[in-house]
Structure formats: structure tokens, C-alpha cells
Design a protein around this ligand. Structure first.
Ligand code: G2H
Length: 249
């Protein structure tokens, strides 16, 4: 079966009740490609609002989750909180958390495990910095980030993962990776899935691209054989998000 195209909208720390309501209402009334899975990720305080407003076909993701089930962890959000709020997805390992919040590979991998064991699906982000790309370390870095998760997950649990390749130098900078650059890394990730996980995972796990995706560049990227969709930041807050969701039609 072909992999279903997947488009995530990562609102990051943007939006308030009124604007998020408008974004969700706009998505609800738009004609969206029925072959594309859509998941939107508002700030945590608006998860319940978003879930209550969004068409049931649209998934909702938290932008983070903690690796412990409950307890004295001030400010953190548990998998149980998300399930209780009818949130089915979590974005984990976004570079803004890796770089700004200093989250390391092992911590991120533990969060991926906790999320999946608690019943969530995960958008697992990987990607290299500009410095790492210029030192020809892209594949090494991405493989290291993937291997950390592979240590925690069973082969079967990869069915609950969407891998988002997000080169850090392309995030929010307007500097999108070329289609060749994206395809090259996506193909390497797919090869890794086959070698480190299973032939099934190589076939089935979706690998999406993130980093300055817009309505202008999405169609070309979507044509690449190993690009199974997008994780969209800035453009997910705009009406043009609908064009990105419909990149394949
Ligand atoms: C990458 C992306 C969404 P943007 O972070 O995760 O954001 O599209 O704004 O570069």
C-alpha cells in the first residue's frame, strides 16, 4: 500500500484563542485532499480548544510531552494528560527544543518511547545544523538521532512514528532545502529504516520534510519519491496551509 501523504502544522508558540479558532474553522471549511492525513499542533493551552473545534478527520498534536507518567515535574505535560484531552499525537525532538531547551538524543528517545507506550503517535524530528552540514556530517547526525530512538523502541513501535527531517538551517529562515538535498537525506533515512529496523518499516514509515515549506515550494518537494509530506511552521498559520495540504492534487 502506498504511504499516505502527511501534513503537520506546527503553530509553535503562536496564536491566541481567536486566531487559532479562525485557523481551525478555515481548515474545517476548506476542501482538503482526502488522501492526506492532516495533524495540527497548537500551543499546549489550546490543545483542548483545537480538539473540540477541529473536524474529527484532523489530528491534533502536542508540541512536547514528558517521559514520566506523573509526579513532581512542574510545568510538564504527561502522555495521560494528552490522552485525556483526546490528543493523539506529539511532536518530539523538534530542533527548537534540542537547541534552545538543550534536549539531548537520549531524553528525546525516552519521550518517544513514553508517548508510544502510552498510546500516542509521534512526529519525531531529526536534522542537522548548518555547521554540521558544512562539515559533511548530515547523515552521521541524523543517524545518531535515529539510533537513539531505535534503542528505545521495538521494531513494531515504528508503525506509530512519522519521521520529520528538518535541517536546522532551513527552519524559519526562508532557506528551504533544495528538492535534491531533501530527497538525498530522506533516501538515507529510508535506507537506515531498512537496515536498522525492518523491511516493513522501510516500506511503511513516513518521512516528512520541514523547514520553510510554503505554498510555493511544496509541489516540487512533494514529487520526490521519499518525501511523504511536510511539517509546516510559519505557513501553517496562514490560509496558504490549505495549498500545502493539497500539494499532491
Ligand atoms: C520547522 C518548521 C515546522 P518553518 O521548524 O516545524 O517551521 O516552516 O517555520 O520553518
Amino acid at each position: 500500500m502506498p504511504r499516505q501523504f502527511f501534513v503537520g502544522g506546527n503553530f509553535k508558540m503562536n496564536g491566541v484563542q481567536e486566531s487559532i479558532t479562525n485557523i481551525v474553522n478555515n481548515l474545517n471549511s476548506a476542501k482538503l485532499d482526502s488522501n492526506t492525513e492532516v495533524v495540527i499542533s497548537p500551543p499546549a493551552v489550546y490543545l483542548a480548544l483545537t480538539r473540540s473545534l477541529a473536524d474529527p478527520k484532523i489530528g491534533v498534536a502536542a508540541q512536547n510531552v514528558y517521559d514520566k507518567p506523573n509526579g513532581a515535574f512542574t510545568g510538564e505535560i504527561s502522555v495521560e494528560h494528552l490522552r485525556d484531552t483526546k490528543v493523539d499525537w506529539a511532536v518530539i525532538g523538534h530542533s527548537e527544543r534540542r537547541v534552545i531547551l538543550k534536549e539531548c538524543d537520549d531524553f528525546i528517545a525516552r519521550k518517544v518511547k513514553a508517548a508510544i507506550e502510552g498510546g500516542l503517535s509521534v512526529i519525531f524530528c531529526v536534522g542537522e545544523t548548518l555547521e554540521e552540514r558544512e562539515a559533511n556530517k548530515t547523515i552521521e547526525v541524523v543517524t545518531r538521532q535515529l539510533n537513539a530512538a531505535a534503542k528505545e523502541l521495538s521494531k513494531e513501535q515504528w508503525a506509530k512514528v512519522v519521521i520529520a527531517y528538518e535541517p536546522v538551517w532551513a527552519i524559519g529562515t526562508g532557506k528551504v532545502a533544495t528538492t535534491e538535498q531533501a530527497q538525498e537525506v530522506h533516501a538515507a533515512i529510508r535506507k537506515w529504516l531498512g537496515e536498522a529496523i525492518s523491511p516493513q518499516a522501510k516500506e511503511d514509515v513516513r518521512i516528512i520534510y520541514g523547514g520553510s515549506v510554503s505554498e510555493k515550494n511544496c509541489r516540487e518537494l512533494a514529487k520526490q519519491p521519499d518525501v511523504d509530506g511536510f511539517l509546516v511552521g510559519g505557513a501553517s498559520l496562514k490560509p496558504a496551509f490549505v495549498d500545502i495540504i493539497n500539494a499532491r492534487i
